[in-house]
Each structure stands twice: as C-alpha cells, then as structure tokens.
Design a protein around this ligand. Sequence first.
Ligand code: UTP
Length: 304
Amino acid sequence: MVAGMTQSHLRISKAVIPAAGLGTRFLPATKATPKEMLPVVDKPAIQYVVEEAVSAGLDDVLMITGRNKRPLEDHFDRNYELESALQKKGDAGRLAKVQESSDLATMHYVRQGDPKGLGHAVLCAAPHVGNEPFAVLLGDDLIDPRDPLLKRMIEVQEQRGGSVIALMEVAPEQIHLYGCAAVETTEDSDVVKIGDLVEKPDPADAPSNYAIIGRYVLDPRIFDVLRKTEPGRGGEIQITDALQLLAQDEKVGGPVHGVVFKGRRYDTGDRGDYLRAIVRLACEREDLGPDFRTWLRSYVTEEM
Ligand code: UTP
C-alpha cells in the first residue's frame, strides 16, 4: 500500500463486469446467446463496455458469467483459425478487428452459478478484488464512448473516498424502472451526496427523478454488507439495498456520492433502446453513416 493512503484511497485498477443475467427481455435471441454478445452495429455490446473500462485506465477486467456465457470468453480470446485464414488472404483490416478484442485487457472470469441478482454477482468478485476500491460496469449498459463517465467517477472516489454511483435524470413516469436516489447537492455541480436509495419505486414514493445507471465505483467494504443482504425486490440480492445501508451509515463503508451523467447512454438489454443505439451509432459512423443516413431519411419520409 502507498504510504499515507488509506485502503479506500488505493489507486483503482480493477473493473468488474456482471454479465450473468438471464436476459429475459430479449428472448428468444438470448435463449442460447448472452444478451451482452448481441451486436451493436458490428461489435458485441460487451466490447464497448470493456473498451470503456480500459479507456478509464482499468485493464484488469473480471467478468461475472453464467450458463451460455462461453461466447463471452471466446470473444476476448485469440481465434487462431480465423486469424490464419485472414492472414493467408492478406486481409490486414479484418485481422486487426479480430485481434483487437483479445489484446484489450487482462481478462478474468468467474461463474455466478445461480443468477441471484446483481448484488450477488458483485459479491462473486470479492476474492479477485480483495481490499481495493473497484469499478463495476453493467454488461448491458452502453455509455457513448464520447461521453466519459467512469473517469470522472474514479476521480470523485479518489477525492471523497467511499463509493460513487452514476445517476441520470429520467422522466417521473420512468423512475419505477430504476433504482432511485434521494440526494443533497455538493460544491461540485455534477456531484451529489446520496442520503437514501430505493429500488424501482412507485412514482408516487420516488424521492427524486435521479435514476441509478450501470456504473459504480465501490469501496470494498460493500462485500461485507452484501454477505448480509437478504434478497429484496424480485427475490434478488440487490446492490441498491447494500448501497442504501452504506448511504445511511457512513461508518459502515464510507459515504456514497453520485455523479450526474448528462451524456448518451443505452440499455442494450431493452429492445427499444438497443435499436436506438444501433441506429444512432450507425448514423454517426464514417464508413456506414453516409449511406445509412440517406436510406433512413427516405425510409422515414416516404414509408412512415
Ligand atoms: P438486468 O436485470 O438488466 O439483467 O441486470 P437480466 O436479469 O439479465 O435481464 P432481464 O430483465 O431478464 O432481461 C443488469 C446486469 O446485471 C447482470 C446482467 O447480466 C446485466 O448485465 N446480472 C443480473 C448478473 O450478472 N447476475 C444476476 O443475477 C442478475
């Protein structure tokens, strides 16, 4: 440990990516394929998430996987057969694309067994993470690479200690789909202090319209809390319930702050948002965008 640093002020280097959920909103596509492998334009959703972790300086990535999750491991591994076929053809461009994902980060995997909820998935990371603060990136939550959020969250954690969650303002009628935070402002306009958290509240009981989105920087003391957290909403062990305990009593594991995100974010586990992500990212791509936008414009004006 660096002299003068407390455990919760160690430099963050590990990212945990839970990807063991059942993906029921996307059936039948997710019957035998993890939803995190569904392509967003031409890259699986999970690759964007790993790239985000790496660009925030985290190149030790632990993925929490489950049944049917083999393709996730294969995607971040070498594929010698494909590589040698592309080499023989002299197709350097595609070869680079194949190699990109296996060269990204140091990947580790652990199986969750039964998907007993996000809190339980995070707890599976405890032996790998040890006693350092760490980041959690949900495998089906895509943050636009041009709107860096995680770097800012890490900075806030390094300044204030404890845990940091990501918040986004949503319409009041949407709040029942998310964890929701009661907040106090701080001297930083994009940072709030969390006083309380509620998982998927009825709009009438919601303390705010700040929704929790899928990025966290957590104090390792959350593991002790998670070990004692009973199944909550939906019979699942909820990360929100453990964070609520931390927010209500700083002595347990430091304060909880929120970074308010105003950038572009897509829930690729939701069919509508998944389609929006593809259309938007395809429109903005230099190679595909010009043709696709022309087609889309004529489709919208002539056929809708
Ligand atoms: P979701 O609730 O969005 O995932 O969890 P889900 O259960 O797969 O989706 P639906 O509602 O059935 O369609 C958010 C993230 O947490 C992971 C999921 O893989 C997803 O990335 N997760 C969830 C786990 O790793 N384990 C769990 O037990 C639950």
